[in-house]
Design a protein around this ligand. Sequence first.
Ligand code: PLP
Length: 381
Amino acid sequence: MERSTAKSLLKNTVVSPFADQDARIGRAIEELDTPTLLLDRAASDRNLARMAGFFRDRPAKLRPHFKNHKCVTLAKRQMLAGAVGMTCAKLGEAEVLVDNGFRDVLIANQVVGAAKVERLVQLARRARISVAVDHMDQVEAISRAAAAAQAVVRLLIEVDIGMGRCGLPSSEAVLDLARKLHGMPGVEFGGLQAYEGHLVNVVDRDQRRIQSRAAMGLAVETRRLLERSGIPVACVSGCSSATYDSTGILDGVDEIQAGTYATMDRQYYRLAAEFEVALSILVRVISRPGPGKAVLDVGVKGAGAEFGVPGIRDYPEVVIPFFLAEEHVVVNQAPEWSIGQPLHLIPSHACTTCNLYREIVAHEDGIVVDVWPIEASGRLA
Ligand SMILES: Cc1ncc(COP(=O)(O)O)c(C=O)c1O
């Protein structure tokens, strides 16, 4: 996106529209009700600047994954830092972005079913929408609906580069689908979608680099096969916050879909410690039922835990046992915490955590500076 366009998108919106009215602004975060999702704004800004800076003079461009935070204000800050557009996992997320002025959105996922396809083509009348496909049935449904609505949907054929999720398993199968969709009404071939998600969590960085480059190399090989066959490939899109500096610099990769770098979380900090953990959940000690035992007021309904239990900021020695009830965390070797004491939990997974909240409270140096709605929270369809 042109910088001037990005700036106009951001006009009056890098802060919450309710900023003046929210009584929490200016207060110390420890005074807030709990649980509250917090973001250290300066730390997040440094993350955005670091990632954007990495790609500033490189051929690949940043298209951050919105699913990390689902927050329009944060997405706009990513655009201002230099992103060319956003990536989404769900059509509903893309709708939220377009409703808020975004004009170039990739849904890196398959959109299937008559109701969804109709929403997709209506969205494509309002913005440049790209979507992943890996089967002719999807292409035909989108083409029919888009032609009827006089819309154009950009299709990225998904290649399975080892993750074993969606995507065609071979370059030849991709070539075949690209040939078939050529010239169909209402759609245009936009390139390839390829995500090396099975390698993102390889902790050894050298191993991760070697393996993820080999995997993304399969997408680049597919690109070359298409090009040799006379089909131009405008874009190969993929990569993550843990592989941006390995697959993101491969010749033939154009767009980086990194997401978690914006907020970070406990799991990702093990993988890419150059980014700061900006996200936390403010919680309180609500009970001290026995010696050493403390109960905190959040559970799995307030902290995504697929990658393990949360950590407690400033108390690295306090380990939360693998027990997260719906609304409670029980700590067995708690220090002298008093009832009502505020603590900061660092969730193991930012993306599912943000999806559980309706707003992010932004703070700097422990003082609330803004409150950002999480507009796409719960948008699963
Ligand atoms: C399609 C796709 N692209 C990119 C990413 C990378 O996101 P992150 O940087 O949060 O790992 C993901 C993560 O799930 C994904 O599903």
